[in-house]
Design a protein around this ligand. Sequence first.
Ligand code: GDP
Length: 305
Amino acid sequence: LKQLRRGLGKTRRNFLNQLKATVGKGPLNEEAVMEIEALLLQADVGIEATDYIVETLQAKMREEALPLESAIAYLKEIVREILERPFQEKNTPITFAPEQDKLNIWLITGVNGAGKTTTIGKLAHLGQKSDYTCLIAAADTFRAAAVEQVKAWGDRANTEVVANPGKNTDPAAVVYDAISKAQSKGTELLLVDTAGRLQNKKNLMEELGKIRKVIDKKAPDANIESLLVIDASLGQNGLRQAEAFTEVARLSGVVLTKLDGSSKGGVALAISKQLNLPIRFIGAGEGIEDLRPFSSYEFAEALLS
Ligand code: GDP
């Protein structure tokens, strides 16, 4: 919680200090609510989630007077509700809990620079620490440096990396090899790094489609997750990228990276509300330990206290 609090420090300070200055001792009035609306938009909460928060606050205000403390407590409740809804709708477990004694395949997608490779290293480390047997497939065969980068993370996380050293390698072939290896070793968590070229949506779709086909054929019983890595510091721009991916990648959740030092942490709410995707993990640093399963409670606390 401390780390998350530090990570969200900028977002919180901007938001909370101004909120306190505006509301004073309260109770909350219409003018203060308008100020809250502006603050939420500034924190990249996005229009849909902001409207929802404002309307819910106004409804509560009509029922009872809200002094500052109660207003903040109620805001936390609304924030948690927004963040939790996609989990409920998709029936997603809140903790890091791939099924044991079974092959779980996690496709990690996202535009270059979002933090995909780093996230794979962190996830492998988390998996190993949680007593899962892990394997990484370096299926971002497009970028020359990508395979080397994944291998370096594999070393750090003590996790084997399946890669094809040949040129112009087909990503689907790497995934096929990796599944073969996973099946023979009894691997529980296979993390698949994929290429992040959004410039060419058709290519991306074809590539992800091929990878899916290989998985469906070779590992029909595996649990499949498709996680999109989003850079929180991009705020609403990251959300637009995400929308493009939701069209091609059959996503099951999001990893939100670079929450440390970002003043746009509110984008977590926009992602939950607009994309209806559960935020499964958050990255708050460049180190191997700097990834946590998402907790709506922790997030609301870190943002608003
Ligand atoms: P990829 O191109 O999507 O694979 O992105 P990388 O994993 O190579 O990460 C791009 C840059 O972002 C690197 O310099 C990482 O160290 C950095 N990065 C990744 N995740 C985080 C994070 O949670 N916090 C911070 N501060 N930096 C991160």
